[in-house]
Design a protein around this ligand. Structure first.
Ligand code: SAM
Ligand code: SF4
Length: 423
């Protein structure tokens, strides 16, 4: 979401005549677009700010802005940092950036952290850096109240872009030659264009029809809201990728209740069964949190057993960090010791690596269609790409170029990657 926002901000600033530099060493203006979801994200920003302040001692004219969820969330702390920050902007006020920068150039420090329940940045064509894959935000904000999560506090209430403007953008991207489009939202299942009476499943189908040669992906679905209608829409269109990201956070119904996720372990498993029934060959990924408030060893074992039962293809795995202001911070003691959180997270990671490794090994010998994205990091003679099920494949280049669809025979694998050669 932040990457998509950065493309919107870049577009807004390019319209004002600003030009992107290769690195902050040659920049007159540095903007940090920040994330507050986990504690270490905030620490990272603080370290980057220290580093930038050092650079500014050598180049006093350089302006520094901090935008996004961190200033929205830590407004007092940020305001009190008199040294080093010239302006602050929250996720709903990026249209004000030119004004904030202009003021900063005249020595006037400013901040705009207002929420706008209507702002979707509709009508701004993002300045995309890549030419193969594109993000298309379809909604902003979140109306859920998961006990651990800052998003509702930093990104405000849910709002959807008009269906027509999303589909127009999808058509334009297809015409420009993009090969893959990801529709983005914190909870895409809640997408609704009231004027057009269009929900997310219909939006997805319309996008698939508007760009038949383009792979269509979407993220993120919420388990309590994902419907059979959506699963059928995925199955009905060859260009909608057969992969669903469905964050579960914990395998324990008791924890899910404390987290206010709105579903039990059993209901999650029913959703997984429904998706697998409706979309043959679908891959499923998830998000997991280790060591949430009150998590016992038994709850943790429930997470491990759920992972064994679902056999996720991929997971984003975190240990819980308290986010001030959230329901959990106010009402639930953060009582799992750090070393226990870390040990549980390591067990979760080890299990996921094993399962991913086994799933990948089962692909050896298969011929898979891969969208080549870039040269592999290791060699120009290899390309990196993804299957429509979101598996990462590294393969011999054999004259292929990024952007092409390549039939690749899988010859070996690791827990993270499939390796193969074109056929
Ligand atoms: N909207 C998505 C959903 O509900 O599934 C997730 C959005 S959240 C920005 C991304 C992930 O960060 C969550 O699924 C959760 O696993 C993780 N996360 C959020 N708050 C966290 C916290 N306080 N500590 C650790 N992980 C957290
Ligand atoms: Fe956060 Fe829950 Fe909303 Fe996801 S659904 S963004 S975890 S509050």
């Amino acid at each position: 979401m932040n990457q998509a926002d950065t493309e919107i901000i870049t577009s807004l600033l390019e319209d004002e005549g600003y030009v992107m530099t290769e690195s902050d060493d040659s920049a007159d203006l540095v903007i940090l677009n920040t994330c507050a979801v986990r504690e270490n994200a905030v620490e990272k920003i603080m370290n980057m700010l220290d580093n930038l302040r050092g650079k500014r001692r050598l180049r006093p004219d350089m302006l520094i802005g901090v935008i996004g969820c961190v200033p929205q969330y830590y407004r007092e702390k940020m305001f009190s940092m008199t040294d080093g920050i010239d302006f602050l902007a929250g996720p709903d006020t990026y249209r004000q950036l030119p004004l904030l920068i202009e003021n900063a150039e005249q020595g006037i420090r400013g901040a705009n952290l207002a929420f706008s329940p209507e702002e979707t940045y509709d009508g701004i064509e993002p300045a995309r850096t890549g030419s193969i894959s594109a993000f298309v935000p379809v909604m902003r904000g979140c109306n859920n109240r998961c006990a651990f999560c800052v998003v509702p506090f930093t990104r405000g209430k849910e709002r959807s872009r008009p269906m027509k403007s999303v589909i127009d953008e999808v058509e334009q991207l297809a015409a420009k030659g993009y090969r893959e489009i990801t529709l983005l939202g914190q909870n895409v299942n809640s997408y609704f264009d009231h004027g057009a009476g269009c929900g997310f499943a219909e939006l997805l189908e319309r996008a698939a029809r508007a760009a038949r040669d383009v792979r269509i992906r979407f993220t993120t679905s919420h388990p309590k809201d994902i419907s059979e209608t959506l699963a059928r829409a995925i199955a009905a269109h060859a260009n909608i990728c057969n992969t669903v990201h469905l964050p579960v956070q914990s395998g324990s119904t008791r924890m899910l209740k404390l987290m206010n996720r709105g579903h039990s372990r059993e209901e999650y498993l029913e959703k997984i069964a429904m998706i697998r029934r409706s979309v043959p060959g679908v891959t499923i990924s998830t998000d997991l949190i280790a060591g949430f408030c009150g998590e016992t060893e038994e709850d943790h074992q429930d997470t491990l057993s759920l992972m064994e039962e679902v056999r996720f293809d991929f997971s984003y795995m975190f240990y819980y960090s308290v986010r001030p202001g959230t329901y959990a911070a106010k009402n639930l003691p953060d009582d799992v010791p750090e070393e226990v959180k870390k040990r549980r997270l390591e067990e979760i990671i080890a299990l996921q690596n094993r399962i991913s490794g086994e799933r990948h090994a089962a692909e050896i010998g298969n011929l898979l269609e891969v969208l080549a994205e870039s040269e592999s990091k290791r060699s120009r003679e290899m390309l990196m790409g993804r299957t429509c099920t979101n598996r990462v494949v590294v393969f011999d280049r054999d004259g292929n170029e990024p952007g092409g669809l390549v039939a690749v025979r899988i010859t070996s694998s690791t827990s993270a990657t499939l390796i193969g050669r074109p056929e």
